[in-house]
Design a binder for this molecule. Structure first.
Ligand code: SF4
Length: 462
């Protein structure tokens, strides 16, 4: 059944890498004459860009596929992209027979060819190429976010964490040439983006394949100097590869945001060893000390897994004591779920932690973390913070945005009076998403700061 109309709709699951991959797929589709539509029901081609890092995320894709099966009977063409596609391969056609396209991320450069086959009415089209040596370069990205842009610097991962399916679904590390990254950063700034986020499964192991040979820290410094950019973020870092040089560069370049995301996964040496994380708790804490030693304060967030096979009460207490010791400004806590093709996934029920215990541990950690955040955030009351405005919350009658530290800030304010030129009358400028405003913090909760807009930016960024 050929694609009934050149319209498409993409639903994206998972991390920012996937969000950005969807932008690149959308760019390829647009270049082929397709237009995006607002509702899945109006699309000729319906794509799910999937995540398989946790069992729940993968199950969600299959539930969405069965939910919308009726649209296939009406002639719509379905495709599954990304990690679930790579993980399931052709077996996905058996599980969801109304799917016509199954393509992993390494096959996106071949999308025009795969689309041509779908357009010709082929019903079983696969793109399951192994990851190549090349990073996915495209000029065709269709960026949907109006004021924050993502920019991939490295794809895949060479680590082999025992629980992680990423090296299987996304292949080994491929870094992009620094010149291509810097060109894209300049292009983004020229088109009006002021905030960009550098992406990779493990950005710290970036190795410039070009003769320039930049390290990740050198690349960060070069991107931070792009004229027009106001904020540069990066994610995700692996603790083993995180260096003092990165912290020094962050200290030297205020454009680099006051935030480091450094996944710890566990506070127990024994669990870290079994996870094959390649660092001990003490080594992880050395990296935290480096970050705390930066010349300006940096917020630190982390990922944690509870219920990894063999995690006992003592191990869990070590994780609890890690969050007490580090005082993260935010944590993403997940229950372990076995994934196919991983080392831990093959352990079966051996030393599995019961689900009830996992939930209990997850809730205990979340509770304590909320208390820590609520107490630590009090230190912001009375201080000025520069916020990039993201939206207006009609219910709260407040603007909402993020500080450089990535903290959510809600604030009241309706604009500012600005001088346009020496001697000219000042003009009133209403606030708009994507702009920046200075806010004095009046109250602090565990998950957000609340304040009011102030007129004149103070000298120092908070
Ligand atoms: S570092 Fe570990 S957890 Fe992160 S993507 Fe690589 S294998 Fe997965």
């Amino acid at each position: 059944m050929p694609i009934p109309s050149k319209t498409f709709w993409i639903e994206t699951f998972g991390c920012q890498m996937n969000v950005h991959d969807s932008e690149r797929v959308a760019g390829t589709l647009s270049a082929r004459g397709y237009t995006p539509v607002e509702r899945m029901e109006d699309a000729g081609l319906i794509l799910f860009n999937t995540c398989s890092i946790r069992d729940k995320a993968a199950q969600k894709v299959f539930s969405r596929l069965s939910q919308y099966k009726a649209l296939h009977r009406e002639g719509r063409v379905f495709g599954v992209l990304g990690c679930v596609a790579q993980q399931e391969g052709e077996a996905l056609f058996r599980r969801a027979p109304h799917v016509s396209l199954v393509a992993g991320s390494a096959s996106y450069p071949r999308l025009p060819e795969l689309l041509a086959r779908l357009e010709a009415g082929e019903h079983r089209v696969t793109g399951l190429d192994p990851a190549s040596e090349e990073a996915f370069e495209t000029e065709l990205t269709r960026r949907d976010h109006p004021f924050r842009a993502w920019l991939t610097i490295i794809e895949g991962c060479d680590k082999h964490c025992a629980y992680c399916i990423v090296p299987y679904t996304r292949g080994g590390e491929r870094s992009r040439a620094s010149a291509a990254i810097l060109r894209e950063a300049r292009m983004l700034a020229d088109t009006g983006y002021t905030e960009i986020q550098l992406l990779g499964q493990n950005v710290n192991s970036y190795r410039d394949p070009s003769p320039a040979g930049l390290s990740f820290a050198e690349l960060l410094a070069a991107v931070a100097e792009t004229p027009g950019l106001k904020r540069v973020r990066y994610t995700t870092s692996h603790p083993r590869d995180f260096s003092a040089e990165i912290v020094r560069v962050m200290g030297d370049h205020p454009t680099l945001c006051d935030h480091v995301h450094l996944p710890s996964q566990s506070g127990s040496d024994e669990v870290l060893r079994r996870m094959r994380r390649e660092y001990t708790r003490a080594e992880y804490l050395e990296k935290i000390a480096l970050i705390r030693g930066c010349r300006r304060p940096l917020a630190i967030t982390t990922d944690l897994i509870v219920g990894f096979p063999g995690e006992n009460e003592r191990d869990f207490e070590q994780t609890m004591s890690l969050i007490e010791e580090v005082h993260y400004s935010g944590t993403f806590i997940f229950q372990y779920s076995p994934r196919p093709h991983t080392e831990a996934g093959a352990w079966g029920e051996t030393e599995a932690v019961p689900d009830a215990v996992k939930i209990e541990r997850l809730m205990a950690l979340q509770r304590r973390q909320q208390e820590i955040q609520a107490a630590d955030n009090q230190a912001w009351v009375g201080r000025p913070v520069e916020v990039m405005i993201e939206a207006y919350q009609t219910k709260l009658a407040q603007w909402s945005g993020r500080a450089s530290s990535n903290r959510v800030v809600n604030f009241s304010g309706d604009g500012r009076v600005e001088a346009t030129a020496p001697g000219a009358l000042p003009v009133y400028r209403p606030l708009r998403p994507g702009e920046y405003a200075w806010v004095r913090i009046l109250r602090a909760g565990a998950n957000s700061l609340v304040g009011e807009q102030i007129a004149a930016p103070p000298a120092a960024n908070a």
